[in-house]
Design a binder for this molecule. Structure first.
Ligand code: VGL
Ligand code: ZN
Length: 198
């Protein structure tokens, strides 16, 4: 049965020096690179926002980064401007191997809706196309790594489990933002969804 490695958002923006830096985000790159050869398919995701995206605090006058507001699709953390299409911040970490990737799934492109999950936008309905790709390839088991554990990895892993995939998150190859206990909540949520934390 083919297995896929899903590498979530290993981009400059989430590494030290980036606009939404995750502590030690860059330290997982060598381990992820080494893991790629063990999989039938490697898929990368890339947070890829237009300027002025609705998830940016700068798009909401009077709001500061990390405030939480209500959007039509649910609550939304407001982020610093990050991963704007075509910028250095949005590029993959320069040491990440990209040659083995079968596909790059870009997300967060709709100006009105954030997209943490590799499968659906944050309305939990609009697909990115990743599920269709994996089905076409006959993939039923996924291993996930990347950034950030408590946001994009968490949402992707929980959606994948709900879609019926066998999901393993290699926690040693993820790093967390950890806002107000979001890391502990994410671990509980993933475990409850049947995701294996390895
Ligand atoms: C992410 C916040 C905003 C992530 C992306 O990759 O975890 N987090 N955009
Ligand atoms: Zn983002």
């Amino acid at each position: 049965m083919p297995q896929a490695l899903i590498v979530i958002d290993v981009q400059n923006g989430f590494c030290p020096g980036g606009n939404l830096a995750v502590p030690d985000g860059d330290t997982i790159v060598p381990g992820i690179n080494a893991l790629m050869d063990d999989f039938d398919h490697v898929i990368l995701t890339q947070d890829w926002h237009p300027a002025g995206h609705s998830s940016f605090a700068s798009s909401h006058p009077g709001q500061d980064p990390y405030a939480v507001i209500e959007m039509p699709y649910g609550s939304q953390v407001l982020w610093p401007d990050h991963c704007i299409q075509g910028t250095r911040d949005a590029a993959f970490h320069p040491d990440l191997r990209t040659d083995p990737a079968r596909a790059i799934i870009r997300k967060g492109m709709n100006p009105e809706i954030d997209s943490y999950s590799a499968f659906f936008e944050n309305d939990h309905k609009t697909p990115t196309g990743l599920h269709g790709l994996l089905q076409t390839l006959g993939v039923e088991a996924l291993t996930m790594v990347g950034l950030a554990t408590d946001f994009c990895v968490n949402y992707s892993a929980v959606d994948a489990a709900k879609l019926g995939y066998a999901v393993t998150v290699r926690e040693d190859l993820t790093r967390a933002i950890d806002l107000d206990g979001s890391f502990a909540a994410a671990r509980d949520g993933m475990a409850a969804a049947g995701v294996a934390l390895a």
